[in-house]
Design a protein around this ligand. Structure first.
Ligand code: ZN
Length: 417
């Protein structure tokens, strides 16, 4: 009621100004926080013993904090590592109130909550950064998390993808990239092959991919390409940055792509398994047909083959990604188990692919993905030692992003490895 006493003119002046004034994000704790650790992985392949990680202003200030400094959180007994990064998810993909894959008939408010829920689940699973590729509904979520302290992982989004079409002219292709940039995209996602569920045939030509990826770079954006068969090598020759899936590509085509120094992004541990587990929730929507599901299931050994091949190429940049859709958010870490079981990576290699390698793939390797002074305080702790028991990746006990703690199960007194 007190508001009624305000002069009306003051309200009229104040309201528009408020509407454009950014709301400050909740600040991390004012004083420093010190994370006591006895076993930590630095994100780039190294191990740290007894690091005392000092966090202030959302950043890692030191790995050797002085005694008696700041608020102490005891993470001894856990394995501490940089927050994981999944460079290929679909946050927009979620189940609706009836448990079915949501489509455009869902009420916008329900849709928004579904997207936010997928982001929250990812964060709770230890993923402090996700690259979603993509849907326009991810934009307000990305901004709310980045600018207003809304809980969730750091989100990068392509907004949507560019559907392959061999008839499109150079000017048309460049215009789409520029529009995407103007709309706020963090990267460009390009479909160079049809879905695996409808034959996996090629769409764009090498010339077209070259135009798209060149224009992406001119706009300061990275270009990710969904590619099967020979399109894997075609996209790499065209100068694109990252190749998704790679299914049905020959050994020579994958070797050619790796030699172009692109990031290779196969998925083996979660996406298809999740589709099959939740098949009935997907069937009947879009190209989710029984035949399509059977194709994905039949060709899983093919997914494993290309991943194993890529993992064996010296120097190949194999980056962590899941292609997570509804039902899979929050279980992204299952991909680590797939990487070891099906691709032949060591546990350490798989883990690094979601830290330093993933950060590098985002062009953020100078501030994300490593436990290092000056880096973002994106830090997680898991129960157990993943180098001995990889299942530990499913037991995330502590999640800090940008110095803010989002999950903490509590200190494990006397829990030695
Ligand atoms: Zn995808």
């Amino acid at each position: 009621m007190r508001l009624l006493l305000l002069p009306l003119a003051a309200l009229l002046i104040a309201l528009p100004a408020r509407a454009v004034e950014p709301v400050p994000a909740p600040a991390p704790p004012a004083g420093p926080v010190v994370l006591l650790t006895d076993h930590a992985l630095d994100g780039a392949g190294g191990t740290l013993k007894g690091a005392r990680i000092e966090v202030a202003g959302g950043k890692i200030r030191s790995l050797a904090a002085a005694e008696g400094k700041g608020t102490v959180i005891d993470l001894r007994g856990y394995t501490v590592l940089p927050g994981w990064i999944d460079v290929h998810v679909h946050l927009d993909s979620h189940f609706d109130a009836k448990g079915r894959i949501a489509n455009s008939t869902e009420a916008p408010a329900d849709w928004a909550m579904g997207v936010a829920g997928a982001a929250w689940d990812s964060l709770m699973g230890g993923f402090t950064t996700v690259q979603s590729v993509g849907d326009y509904s991810e934009l307000p979520l990305r901004n709310a998390i980045r600018d207003h302290g809304f809980p969730g992982p750091r989100v990068l989004t392509s907004l949507t993808w560019i559907e392959g079409d061999a008839r499109m002219t150079d000017d048309e292709l460049r215009a789409i990239v520029r529009k995407r940039k103007a709309d706020g995209a963090d990267l460009i996602k390009i479909m160079a092959s049809m879905s695996q569920r409808v034959g996996a045939g090629p769409t764009f030509t090498e010339h077209q991919l070259g135009v798209l990826c060149e224009e992406s770079h001119a706009q300061g954006l990275r270009a990710m390409v969904h590619a099967y068969r020979s399109q894997v090598a075609v996209a790499a020759r065209a100068g694109c940055d990252q190749i998704e899936h790679m299914t049905y590509a020959t050994d020579a085509e994958i070797r050619e792509a790796a030699a172009k120094n692109v990031f290779l992004s196969p998925q083996v541990g979660l996406v298809v398994q999740n589709y099959l587990e939740n098949k009935d929730r997907y069937l009947g929507e879009g190209n989710y047909t029984e035949a399509g599901m059977q194709t994905m299931k039949r060709d899983m050994p093919e997914d494993f083959r290309v991943c194993k091949l890529a993992a064996a190429i010296p120097g190949a940049k194999l980056v962590f990604s899941t292609d997570a859709t509804a039902g899979a958010h929050g279980r992204n870490a299952d991909e680590f188990l797939g990487r070891v079981e099906y691709c032949g990576q060591t546990a350490m290699q798989a883990l690094v692919s979601a830290n330093a390698v993933a950060a590098d793939s985002l062009g953020m390797g100078d501030r994300l993905g490593r436990l290092k002074e000056g880096f973002e305080a994106d830090i997680i702790a898991i129960e157990g030692d993943p180098l001995r028991d990889l299942g530990a990746v499913r037991r995330v006990a502590f999640v800090m992003r940008g110095g803010v703690i989002y999950k903490w199960a509590g200190s494990k007194e006397g829990n030695a490895h």
